[in-house]
Design a protein around this ligand. Structure first.
Ligand code: EPU
Length: 432
Protein backbone atom coordinates (compact mmCIF):
# COMPACT_ATOMS: atom_id res chain seq x y z
CA UNK A 1 0.00 0.00 0.00
CA UNK A 2 1.10 3.54 -0.65
CA UNK A 3 0.10 7.00 0.51
CA UNK A 4 0.89 10.44 -0.84
CA UNK A 5 2.58 12.96 1.41
CA UNK A 6 2.23 16.57 0.27
CA UNK A 7 3.82 19.69 1.75
CA UNK A 8 1.44 22.35 0.50
CA UNK A 9 1.67 26.02 -0.31
CA UNK A 10 3.92 26.00 -3.36
CA UNK A 11 2.70 27.61 -6.59
CA UNK A 12 2.95 25.34 -9.65
CA UNK A 13 5.12 26.46 -12.55
CA UNK A 14 6.18 24.68 -15.73
CA UNK A 15 4.73 22.30 -18.29
CA UNK A 16 2.56 19.22 -17.89
CA UNK A 17 1.89 16.84 -20.77
CA UNK A 18 -1.55 15.21 -20.78
CA UNK A 19 -1.88 11.46 -21.35
CA UNK A 20 -4.44 9.57 -23.45
CA UNK A 21 -8.04 9.65 -22.24
CA UNK A 22 -8.87 7.02 -19.61
CA UNK A 23 -12.54 6.80 -20.48
CA UNK A 24 -11.74 6.39 -24.19
CA UNK A 25 -9.07 3.75 -23.47
CA UNK A 26 -11.35 1.66 -21.24
CA UNK A 27 -13.97 1.52 -24.02
CA UNK A 28 -11.66 1.11 -27.01
CA UNK A 29 -9.68 -1.77 -25.47
CA UNK A 30 -12.83 -3.96 -25.14
CA UNK A 31 -13.94 -2.71 -28.58
CA UNK A 32 -10.86 -4.48 -30.00
CA UNK A 33 -12.85 -7.68 -29.33
CA UNK A 34 -14.90 -6.84 -32.45
CA UNK A 35 -11.88 -6.57 -34.71
CA UNK A 36 -10.67 -9.45 -36.85
CA UNK A 37 -6.86 -9.17 -36.64
CA UNK A 38 -4.50 -6.97 -34.69
CA UNK A 39 -5.22 -3.33 -34.00
CA UNK A 40 -2.55 -0.93 -32.90
CA UNK A 41 -3.73 1.54 -30.26
CA UNK A 42 -1.53 4.57 -29.58
CA UNK A 43 -1.57 7.13 -26.74
CA UNK A 44 -2.82 4.54 -24.21
CA UNK A 45 -2.44 5.94 -20.67
CA UNK A 46 -0.37 3.87 -18.20
CA UNK A 47 -3.00 3.55 -15.48
CA UNK A 48 -4.18 0.59 -13.49
CA UNK A 49 -7.69 0.50 -15.06
CA UNK A 50 -6.00 -0.11 -18.43
CA UNK A 51 -3.72 -2.79 -16.98
CA UNK A 52 -6.74 -4.56 -15.46
CA UNK A 53 -8.67 -4.51 -18.75
CA UNK A 54 -5.69 -5.79 -20.73
CA UNK A 55 -5.34 -8.62 -18.20
CA UNK A 56 -9.01 -9.50 -18.67
CA UNK A 57 -8.55 -9.64 -22.46
CA UNK A 58 -5.39 -11.75 -22.08
CA UNK A 59 -7.19 -14.22 -19.82
CA UNK A 60 -9.79 -14.56 -22.55
CA UNK A 61 -7.08 -15.51 -25.05
CA UNK A 62 -6.23 -12.15 -26.65
CA UNK A 63 -2.66 -11.42 -27.70
CA UNK A 64 -1.39 -8.13 -26.35
CA UNK A 65 2.00 -6.85 -27.46
CA UNK A 66 3.59 -3.75 -25.97
CA UNK A 67 5.16 -1.67 -28.74
CA UNK A 68 6.22 1.16 -26.45
CA UNK A 69 5.01 2.64 -23.16
CA UNK A 70 1.85 4.06 -24.76
CA UNK A 71 1.32 1.81 -27.77
CA UNK A 72 -0.14 -1.71 -27.78
CA UNK A 73 -1.02 -4.20 -30.47
CA UNK A 74 -4.18 -6.06 -29.45
CA UNK A 75 -5.35 -9.11 -31.36
CA UNK A 76 -8.52 -10.82 -30.12
CA UNK A 77 -8.86 -13.22 -33.09
CA UNK A 78 -8.01 -16.15 -30.78
CA UNK A 79 -10.77 -15.46 -28.26
CA UNK A 80 -13.18 -18.37 -28.60
CA UNK A 81 -15.60 -17.92 -25.70
CA UNK A 82 -18.10 -15.17 -24.98
CA UNK A 83 -17.49 -15.51 -21.26
CA UNK A 84 -15.73 -13.10 -18.90
CA UNK A 85 -16.65 -13.79 -15.30
CA UNK A 86 -13.36 -13.21 -13.52
CA UNK A 87 -13.17 -11.62 -10.03
CA UNK A 88 -11.16 -8.76 -11.47
CA UNK A 89 -14.26 -7.63 -13.45
CA UNK A 90 -15.97 -6.50 -10.27
CA UNK A 91 -13.14 -4.05 -9.61
CA UNK A 92 -13.61 -2.03 -12.76
CA UNK A 93 -16.69 -0.28 -14.08
CA UNK A 94 -15.66 -0.33 -17.71
CA UNK A 95 -15.67 -4.14 -17.77
CA UNK A 96 -19.33 -3.66 -18.79
CA UNK A 97 -18.16 -2.78 -22.30
CA UNK A 98 -17.37 -6.47 -22.74
CA UNK A 99 -21.12 -7.17 -22.70
CA UNK A 100 -21.70 -5.10 -25.86
CA UNK A 101 -18.45 -6.23 -27.50
CA UNK A 102 -19.00 -9.98 -26.87
CA UNK A 103 -22.69 -9.78 -27.77
CA UNK A 104 -21.75 -8.02 -31.02
CA UNK A 105 -19.08 -10.56 -31.88
CA UNK A 106 -20.54 -13.89 -30.67
CA UNK A 107 -24.26 -13.11 -30.33
CA UNK A 108 -23.86 -13.93 -26.66
CA UNK A 109 -22.12 -12.59 -23.56
CA UNK A 110 -21.71 -13.89 -20.04
CA UNK A 111 -20.01 -11.16 -18.04
CA UNK A 112 -19.55 -10.51 -14.31
CA UNK A 113 -21.38 -7.40 -13.07
CA UNK A 114 -19.11 -4.37 -13.24
CA UNK A 115 -17.55 -2.63 -10.22
CA UNK A 116 -15.83 0.76 -10.11
CA UNK A 117 -16.26 4.01 -8.18
CA UNK A 118 -19.44 4.06 -6.13
CA UNK A 119 -21.26 7.37 -5.78
CA UNK A 120 -23.73 6.53 -3.05
CA UNK A 121 -26.45 4.60 -4.81
CA UNK A 122 -26.07 1.58 -7.10
CA UNK A 123 -24.93 2.38 -10.62
CA UNK A 124 -27.68 0.93 -12.85
CA UNK A 125 -27.28 -0.61 -16.32
CA UNK A 126 -30.97 -0.67 -17.27
CA UNK A 127 -30.39 1.53 -20.34
CA UNK A 128 -27.67 -0.81 -21.64
CA UNK A 129 -30.02 -3.76 -21.16
CA UNK A 130 -32.90 -1.93 -22.87
CA UNK A 131 -30.67 -1.37 -25.90
CA UNK A 132 -29.49 -5.01 -26.09
CA UNK A 133 -33.11 -6.24 -25.89
CA UNK A 134 -34.17 -3.86 -28.69
CA UNK A 135 -31.37 -5.33 -30.84
CA UNK A 136 -32.85 -8.81 -30.35
CA UNK A 137 -31.04 -10.18 -27.28
CA UNK A 138 -32.53 -11.79 -24.21
CA UNK A 139 -30.85 -10.46 -21.11
CA UNK A 140 -30.80 -11.84 -17.60
CA UNK A 141 -29.01 -10.33 -14.62
CA UNK A 142 -28.58 -12.86 -11.82
CA UNK A 143 -26.04 -14.15 -9.30
CA UNK A 144 -23.68 -11.30 -10.15
CA UNK A 145 -23.65 -12.17 -13.86
CA UNK A 146 -25.10 -10.47 -16.91
CA UNK A 147 -26.15 -13.08 -19.47
CA UNK A 148 -27.16 -11.78 -22.90
CA UNK A 149 -28.07 -14.01 -25.86
CA UNK A 150 -29.38 -13.30 -29.34
CA UNK A 151 -30.28 -16.77 -30.61
CA UNK A 152 -31.51 -15.40 -33.94
CA UNK A 153 -28.77 -12.82 -34.30
CA UNK A 154 -28.92 -9.07 -33.70
CA UNK A 155 -30.93 -6.72 -35.89
CA UNK A 156 -31.07 -2.93 -36.24
CA UNK A 157 -33.53 -1.08 -33.98
CA UNK A 158 -34.75 2.36 -32.90
CA UNK A 159 -33.64 2.99 -29.32
CA UNK A 160 -34.44 6.03 -27.17
CA UNK A 161 -32.31 6.37 -24.05
CA UNK A 162 -34.19 7.66 -20.98
CA UNK A 163 -30.94 9.17 -19.70
CA UNK A 164 -28.01 10.28 -21.85
CA UNK A 165 -25.77 7.54 -20.44
CA UNK A 166 -22.14 7.40 -21.59
CA UNK A 167 -21.90 3.67 -20.88
CA UNK A 168 -25.19 2.73 -22.55
CA UNK A 169 -24.40 4.81 -25.65
CA UNK A 170 -21.04 3.10 -26.13
CA UNK A 171 -22.25 -0.38 -25.20
CA UNK A 172 -25.18 -0.29 -27.65
CA UNK A 173 -22.86 1.08 -30.35
CA UNK A 174 -20.51 -1.89 -29.80
CA UNK A 175 -23.34 -4.46 -29.90
CA UNK A 176 -24.87 -2.90 -33.03
CA UNK A 177 -21.71 -2.85 -35.19
CA UNK A 178 -22.62 -6.15 -36.92
CA UNK A 179 -26.42 -6.05 -36.37
CA UNK A 180 -28.40 -6.60 -39.56
CA UNK A 181 -29.72 -3.26 -40.91
CA UNK A 182 -29.69 0.17 -39.28
CA UNK A 183 -29.70 1.02 -35.57
CA UNK A 184 -30.71 4.50 -34.51
CA UNK A 185 -30.02 5.56 -30.91
CA UNK A 186 -31.63 8.79 -29.71
CA UNK A 187 -30.83 10.97 -26.70
CA UNK A 188 -27.29 9.60 -26.64
CA UNK A 189 -24.43 11.03 -24.59
CA UNK A 190 -22.04 13.30 -26.50
CA UNK A 191 -18.79 13.12 -24.49
CA UNK A 192 -15.55 13.37 -26.51
CA UNK A 193 -14.71 9.73 -25.70
CA UNK A 194 -17.95 8.61 -27.37
CA UNK A 195 -16.79 10.27 -30.58
CA UNK A 196 -13.39 8.62 -30.06
CA UNK A 197 -14.93 5.12 -29.79
CA UNK A 198 -17.00 5.72 -32.96
CA UNK A 199 -13.89 7.00 -34.78
CA UNK A 200 -11.94 3.93 -33.68
CA UNK A 201 -14.66 1.55 -34.89
CA UNK A 202 -15.03 3.45 -38.18
CA UNK A 203 -11.26 3.31 -38.68
CA UNK A 204 -11.58 -0.51 -38.41
CA UNK A 205 -14.43 -0.60 -40.97
CA UNK A 206 -17.65 0.15 -39.05
CA UNK A 207 -20.34 2.51 -40.37
CA UNK A 208 -21.30 4.82 -37.49
CA UNK A 209 -22.55 8.37 -37.99
CA UNK A 210 -23.65 11.15 -35.69
CA UNK A 211 -21.38 10.51 -32.69
CA UNK A 212 -21.08 13.86 -30.87
CA UNK A 213 -24.72 14.76 -31.67
CA UNK A 214 -27.98 13.57 -30.01
CA UNK A 215 -28.56 10.76 -32.49
CA UNK A 216 -26.19 7.99 -33.55
CA UNK A 217 -26.90 5.82 -36.59
CA UNK A 218 -25.12 2.51 -37.07
CA UNK A 219 -25.37 0.54 -40.29
CA UNK A 220 -24.35 -3.06 -39.57
CA UNK A 221 -21.25 -4.29 -41.41
CA UNK A 222 -19.99 -7.86 -41.86
CA UNK A 223 -16.50 -7.46 -40.46
CA UNK A 224 -14.04 -5.09 -38.80
CA UNK A 225 -10.40 -5.55 -39.70
CA UNK A 226 -7.15 -4.43 -38.07
CA UNK A 227 -5.67 -0.95 -38.30
CA UNK A 228 -4.14 1.66 -36.05
CA UNK A 229 -5.70 4.40 -33.96
CA UNK A 230 -4.47 7.09 -31.53
CA UNK A 231 -6.62 7.97 -28.51
CA UNK A 232 -7.63 11.55 -27.73
CA UNK A 233 -6.04 13.33 -24.76
CA UNK A 234 -7.73 13.13 -21.36
CA UNK A 235 -10.09 16.08 -20.81
CA UNK A 236 -10.43 15.37 -17.08
CA UNK A 237 -6.71 14.91 -16.43
CA UNK A 238 -6.12 18.30 -18.11
CA UNK A 239 -8.98 19.85 -16.11
CA UNK A 240 -7.54 18.47 -12.87
CA UNK A 241 -4.17 20.19 -13.45
CA UNK A 242 -5.97 23.40 -14.49
CA UNK A 243 -7.86 23.28 -11.19
CA UNK A 244 -4.62 22.55 -9.30
CA UNK A 245 -2.90 25.69 -10.59
CA UNK A 246 -6.08 27.70 -10.01
CA UNK A 247 -5.81 26.63 -6.36
CA UNK A 248 -2.08 26.97 -5.77
CA UNK A 249 -1.47 30.01 -7.97
CA UNK A 250 1.39 30.12 -10.48
CA UNK A 251 1.29 29.24 -14.12
CA UNK A 252 1.19 25.96 -16.09
CA UNK A 253 1.46 25.14 -19.76
CA UNK A 254 -0.84 22.16 -20.28
CA UNK A 255 0.28 20.32 -23.41
CA UNK A 256 -1.33 17.72 -25.67
CA UNK A 257 -4.96 18.76 -25.26
CA UNK A 258 -7.90 19.48 -27.55
CA UNK A 259 -8.89 23.01 -26.37
CA UNK A 260 -12.48 22.58 -27.68
CA UNK A 261 -12.98 19.67 -25.24
CA UNK A 262 -11.89 21.95 -22.41
CA UNK A 263 -14.44 24.77 -23.08
CA UNK A 264 -16.84 23.62 -20.34
CA UNK A 265 -14.03 23.76 -17.76
CA UNK A 266 -12.20 26.79 -19.13
CA UNK A 267 -15.34 28.96 -18.97
CA UNK A 268 -15.86 28.26 -15.26
CA UNK A 269 -12.21 28.80 -14.29
CA UNK A 270 -12.20 32.12 -16.17
CA UNK A 271 -15.32 33.17 -14.27
CA UNK A 272 -13.29 32.51 -11.09
CA UNK A 273 -10.57 34.90 -12.27
CA UNK A 274 -8.11 32.37 -13.74
CA UNK A 275 -6.35 33.49 -16.91
CA UNK A 276 -6.31 31.01 -19.80
CA UNK A 277 -4.58 31.45 -23.16
CA UNK A 278 -5.38 28.75 -25.70
CA UNK A 279 -2.97 27.50 -28.35
CA UNK A 280 -3.58 24.85 -30.99
CA UNK A 281 -3.00 21.85 -28.73
CA UNK A 282 -1.98 23.44 -25.45
CA UNK A 283 -3.02 26.16 -23.04
CA UNK A 284 -1.34 28.49 -20.58
CA UNK A 285 -3.23 28.61 -17.29
CA UNK A 286 -2.23 31.24 -14.71
CA UNK A 287 -3.69 32.48 -11.48
CA UNK A 288 -2.33 35.59 -9.85
CA UNK A 289 -5.45 37.36 -8.58
CA UNK A 290 -7.69 36.14 -5.69
CA UNK A 291 -10.35 33.62 -6.72
CA UNK A 292 -13.96 34.70 -7.17
CA UNK A 293 -17.01 32.67 -6.09
CA UNK A 294 -19.13 30.94 -8.77
CA UNK A 295 -22.03 28.52 -9.12
CA UNK A 296 -21.48 25.22 -10.95
CA UNK A 297 -23.96 22.63 -12.17
CA UNK A 298 -22.64 19.37 -13.54
CA UNK A 299 -24.34 18.09 -16.69
CA UNK A 300 -23.63 15.67 -19.53
CA UNK A 301 -21.23 17.06 -22.18
CA UNK A 302 -21.00 19.86 -23.27
CA UNK A 303 -22.00 20.80 -19.72
CA UNK A 304 -19.54 21.02 -16.83
CA UNK A 305 -18.30 17.41 -16.24
CA UNK A 306 -19.29 15.57 -13.08
CA UNK A 307 -15.79 14.07 -13.15
CA UNK A 308 -14.44 17.58 -12.38
CA UNK A 309 -16.93 18.30 -9.56
CA UNK A 310 -14.74 17.37 -6.54
CA UNK A 311 -11.72 19.20 -8.01
CA UNK A 312 -13.57 22.48 -8.67
CA UNK A 313 -15.31 22.27 -5.27
CA UNK A 314 -11.88 22.07 -3.63
CA UNK A 315 -10.66 25.18 -5.42
CA UNK A 316 -13.89 27.02 -4.54
CA UNK A 317 -13.10 26.44 -0.86
CA UNK A 318 -10.45 29.13 -1.36
CA UNK A 319 -12.59 31.62 -3.34
CA UNK A 320 -14.07 34.78 -1.81
CA UNK A 321 -17.74 34.43 -0.96
CA UNK A 322 -20.33 31.66 -1.22
CA UNK A 323 -20.28 29.24 -4.15
CA UNK A 324 -22.78 26.50 -4.95
CA UNK A 325 -22.33 23.19 -6.70
CA UNK A 326 -25.27 21.19 -8.04
CA UNK A 327 -24.58 17.58 -9.03
CA UNK A 328 -26.72 16.98 -12.11
CA UNK A 329 -25.47 13.54 -13.18
CA UNK A 330 -25.10 11.28 -10.12
CA UNK A 331 -27.49 11.03 -7.14
CA UNK A 332 -24.65 12.10 -4.90
CA UNK A 333 -20.92 12.48 -5.25
CA UNK A 334 -19.92 14.27 -2.07
CA UNK A 335 -18.18 11.67 0.06
CA UNK A 336 -14.96 13.72 -0.24
CA UNK A 337 -16.56 16.69 1.57
CA UNK A 338 -15.90 15.20 5.04
CA UNK A 339 -12.21 15.00 4.15
CA UNK A 340 -12.14 18.68 3.11
CA UNK A 341 -13.87 19.61 6.39
CA UNK A 342 -10.92 18.00 8.24
CA UNK A 343 -8.72 20.48 6.36
CA UNK A 344 -10.75 23.50 7.47
CA UNK A 345 -13.18 23.86 4.55
CA UNK A 346 -16.67 25.21 5.16
CA UNK A 347 -19.10 23.14 3.06
CA UNK A 348 -22.71 22.13 3.67
CA UNK A 349 -24.27 19.39 1.56
CA UNK A 350 -28.01 19.16 1.00
CA UNK A 351 -28.95 16.35 -1.38
CA UNK A 352 -27.41 17.12 -4.76
CA UNK A 353 -26.34 20.62 -3.71
CA UNK A 354 -23.21 21.76 -1.89
CA UNK A 355 -22.81 25.26 -0.48
CA UNK A 356 -19.22 26.34 -0.11
CA UNK A 357 -18.21 29.33 2.03
CA UNK A 358 -14.74 30.40 0.98
CA UNK A 359 -12.08 30.23 3.71
CA UNK A 360 -8.74 31.95 4.05
CA UNK A 361 -6.70 28.77 3.81
CA UNK A 362 -6.86 24.98 4.16
CA UNK A 363 -4.70 23.17 6.68
CA UNK A 364 -2.88 19.88 6.03
CA UNK A 365 -4.50 16.74 7.51
CA UNK A 366 -4.63 12.96 7.14
CA UNK A 367 -7.33 12.24 4.56
CA UNK A 368 -8.62 9.40 2.40
CA UNK A 369 -9.24 9.19 -1.36
CA UNK A 370 -12.71 7.60 -1.51
CA UNK A 371 -12.78 7.36 -5.29
CA UNK A 372 -10.77 8.44 -8.31
CA UNK A 373 -11.87 12.08 -8.63
CA UNK A 374 -12.30 12.47 -4.86
CA UNK A 375 -8.64 11.43 -4.69
CA UNK A 376 -7.67 14.05 -7.27
CA UNK A 377 -9.51 16.62 -5.13
CA UNK A 378 -7.49 15.55 -2.07
CA UNK A 379 -4.27 16.06 -4.02
CA UNK A 380 -5.37 19.58 -5.03
CA UNK A 381 -6.38 20.33 -1.43
CA UNK A 382 -2.99 19.09 -0.20
CA UNK A 383 -1.12 21.21 -2.75
CA UNK A 384 -3.03 24.35 -1.63
CA UNK A 385 -2.99 23.68 2.12
CA UNK A 386 -0.66 25.04 4.76
CA UNK A 387 1.34 22.18 6.28
CA UNK A 388 1.46 18.47 5.49
CA UNK A 389 -1.35 16.37 4.01
CA UNK A 390 -1.22 12.59 3.92
CA UNK A 391 -3.59 10.84 1.53
CA UNK A 392 -4.51 7.18 1.89
CA UNK A 393 -6.42 5.13 -0.67
CA UNK A 394 -4.28 6.41 -3.55
CA UNK A 395 -4.84 3.18 -5.51
CA UNK A 396 -8.02 4.88 -6.67
CA UNK A 397 -6.01 7.84 -8.02
CA UNK A 398 -3.62 5.54 -9.86
CA UNK A 399 -6.54 3.91 -11.65
CA UNK A 400 -7.00 7.06 -13.70
CA UNK A 401 -3.98 9.41 -13.51
CA UNK A 402 -0.73 8.45 -15.20
CA UNK A 403 2.43 9.47 -13.29
CA UNK A 404 0.55 12.01 -11.18
CA UNK A 405 3.30 12.32 -8.57
CA UNK A 406 6.09 12.68 -11.16
CA UNK A 407 4.12 15.19 -13.25
CA UNK A 408 3.41 17.37 -10.21
CA UNK A 409 6.96 17.17 -8.85
CA UNK A 410 8.26 18.37 -12.22
CA UNK A 411 6.25 21.60 -11.85
CA UNK A 412 7.38 22.36 -8.32
CA UNK A 413 5.01 20.43 -6.06
CA UNK A 414 6.37 18.81 -2.91
CA UNK A 415 4.58 15.48 -3.21
CA UNK A 416 5.92 12.00 -2.50
CA UNK A 417 4.54 8.51 -2.84
CA UNK A 418 5.46 6.60 0.33
CA UNK A 419 5.04 2.88 1.04
CA UNK A 420 2.88 2.14 4.06
CA UNK A 421 4.32 -0.87 5.91
CA UNK A 422 1.88 -3.78 6.03
CA UNK A 423 1.12 -4.28 9.79
CA UNK A 424 1.09 -8.09 9.37
CA UNK A 425 4.51 -8.04 7.73
CA UNK A 426 5.84 -5.80 10.54
CA UNK A 427 4.57 -8.32 13.09
CA UNK A 428 6.42 -11.15 11.30
CA UNK A 429 9.64 -9.11 11.32
CA UNK A 430 9.24 -8.43 15.07
CA UNK A 431 8.60 -12.08 15.85
CA UNK A 432 11.40 -13.19 13.52
N1 EPU B 1 -27.86 5.64 -15.64
C1 EPU B 1 -29.07 4.98 -15.56
N2 EPU B 1 -29.18 3.78 -16.23
C2 EPU B 1 -28.16 3.26 -16.95
C3 EPU B 1 -26.94 3.93 -17.03
C4 EPU B 1 -26.82 5.14 -16.35
O1 EPU B 1 -29.99 5.43 -14.92
O2 EPU B 1 -28.36 2.18 -17.55
C5 EPU B 1 -27.70 6.93 -14.93
C6 EPU B 1 -26.64 6.86 -13.85
O3 EPU B 1 -27.15 6.39 -12.63
C7 EPU B 1 -26.17 8.31 -13.80
C8 EPU B 1 -26.33 8.81 -15.24
O4 EPU B 1 -27.22 7.89 -15.87
O5 EPU B 1 -27.04 9.04 -12.97
C9 EPU B 1 -25.04 8.85 -16.06
O6 EPU B 1 -24.40 7.59 -16.03
P1 EPU B 1 -23.46 7.09 -17.24
O7 EPU B 1 -23.98 5.81 -17.73
O8 EPU B 1 -23.28 8.22 -18.20
O9 EPU B 1 -22.10 6.82 -16.47
P2 EPU B 1 -21.08 5.64 -16.71
O10 EPU B 1 -21.04 5.27 -18.14
O11 EPU B 1 -21.28 4.57 -15.71
C10 EPU B 1 -19.08 7.21 -17.30
C11 EPU B 1 -17.70 7.43 -16.77
C12 EPU B 1 -17.77 8.12 -15.42
C13 EPU B 1 -18.55 9.43 -15.54
C14 EPU B 1 -19.92 9.18 -16.18
C15 EPU B 1 -20.68 10.46 -16.49
C16 EPU B 1 -16.47 5.59 -17.71
C17 EPU B 1 -15.81 4.29 -17.50
N3 EPU B 1 -17.02 6.15 -16.65
O12 EPU B 1 -19.73 6.36 -16.34
O13 EPU B 1 -16.43 8.43 -15.09
O14 EPU B 1 -18.76 10.00 -14.27
O15 EPU B 1 -19.75 8.47 -17.43
O16 EPU B 1 -19.95 11.30 -17.33
O17 EPU B 1 -16.49 6.12 -18.82
C18 EPU B 1 -14.58 8.83 -13.72
O18 EPU B 1 -13.87 8.84 -14.73
O19 EPU B 1 -14.20 9.22 -12.59
C19 EPU B 1 -15.96 8.36 -13.82
C20 EPU B 1 -16.65 7.96 -12.78
Amino acid sequence: MTKYVIKGGRPLRGTIEISGAKNAAVAIIPAAMLVDGACRIENIPQISDVTMLLNILKRMGARVRTVDRHTMDIDCSNVKRARADFDIMTKIRASYYLIGALLGRFGEAVVAMPGGCNFGSVRPIDQHVKGFIALGAEVEVKNGLVVARAENGLHGAEIYLDVASVGATINIMLAACFAEGVTRIENVAREPHIVDVANFLNAMGADIRGAGTNVIKIRGVKRLSGGSYALIPDQIEAGTYMAAVAGTGGSLVIKNIIPKHMDCITGKLEEMGVSIEEGEDQMLVSRVKPLRRINVKTLPYPGFPTDMQPQIATVLCLAHGTSTITEGVWDTRYKYVNELLKMGANITVDGRKAIIEGVDHLTGANVTAWDLRAGAAMVIAGLCAQGVTEIEGVDYIERGYEDLVEKLRAVGADIESVDIPDPEEQEIIKIG
